[in-house]
Design a binder for this molecule. Sequence first.
Ligand code: FMN
Length: 388
Amino acid sequence: MPHYGDLQNAIYYAGLSGVQPTLPVDFATLKARAEAAMPPSVLNYVQGGCGDEWTQDRNAAAFRHWGMVPRMMVDCTARDLSASLFGRTLPSPLFMAPIGVTGIVTQDGHGDIAAAQASAATGVPLCASTLANDPLEEVKRACGDTPALFQLYTPRDPDVAASLVSRAEAAGYDAIVVTLDTWVTGWRPRDLNVSNFPQLRGHVLTNYFTDPAFLKLLAKPPQDDPRAAIGTWGATFGKVLTWDDMGWLKSLTRLPIVLKGICHPDDASRAIDCGADGIYVSNHGGRQANGGIAAIDMLPAVAEAVRGRVPVLFDSGIRSGTDVIKAIALGADLVGVGRPYSYGLALGGADGAAHVLRCLLAEADLLMAVNGLPTLAAVRRAGAVRTD
Ligand code: FMN
């Protein structure tokens, strides 16, 4: 049976013929290469975070104070990384977190399609952002048979919200991920210092500009008056959601609703009581609020509150396959990678993103092999300990 870790041998054997990987296999080198290659405005937007980026930095650094204890004399020649989500079996627990400027991360402006192609090539599901350069229907098609999630930034206009959700359902997405922490944008100095907010320049608004309910809000089509269309987008972008809205959200779709941005165990419990079908622990990679505890440190308490009643998704700070396994050990069912796949897209399009995903999975697989953990259930039983 092939394993993700076989990538290691493929790389070493290719080296015997003088062939080296075109992209690095580790995050630090990948990041350095992306920094040299990406246009500054896009790099700032992808790499930057809120305030002095303390929380953003803590998200990744905090993985280092969690450690695992290896077990020996366990047959790990066969590993099973499979996971499930809403009745669908996934080959691994990894998914691609929604990244709203994916469209402009590739120079052709079709990064959303490239991300979907990477998903199709690897079986790693894409959570497609509302903010995209290609319509959600085309992004879903490019995902092929791999399951996909649609992330909703809930518009203030209820008809536009309902329309986006029903389009996602009709397009065949497997769940709606409602982002809770972004009805207003966090204070992002890197973007503010150069007065750059891509959406206000008309980028990644295709899902709105192709939406019948949104178009009804405009006096003229977006191509005839882009400034007015962008203004309408800005005026209707972010609805403040409260628990009272859960009934309305649930009424929009038969799809499972996952709430993204839950970090407190009481919010997780309340979300389940209100009908949430999944809990997504994330602090938006430190882009929305600074000063917060690292997301990985908040995961165990949320997972404990959820008690297996619904799936727990996690992102914020995943930089390696080791991080993926630590997140599973600390209670995640599915683990989202964010910025690293953006760098892969910027450097190598769909192939670059697929390379990043394969490297994460290879490292995760080999870690399980060496640590005597043949399944994700074994990873969870083994857990991780705080080392500081
Ligand atoms: N989260 C959303 O829910 N919707 C988005 O459209 C969205 N856009 C993002 C754009 C960028 C450039 C980045 C870096 C993150 C974005 N996020 C968005 C947050 C990610 O889904 C995820 O929570 C975050 O990237 C995790 O942090 P990490 O990449 O540092 O691991």
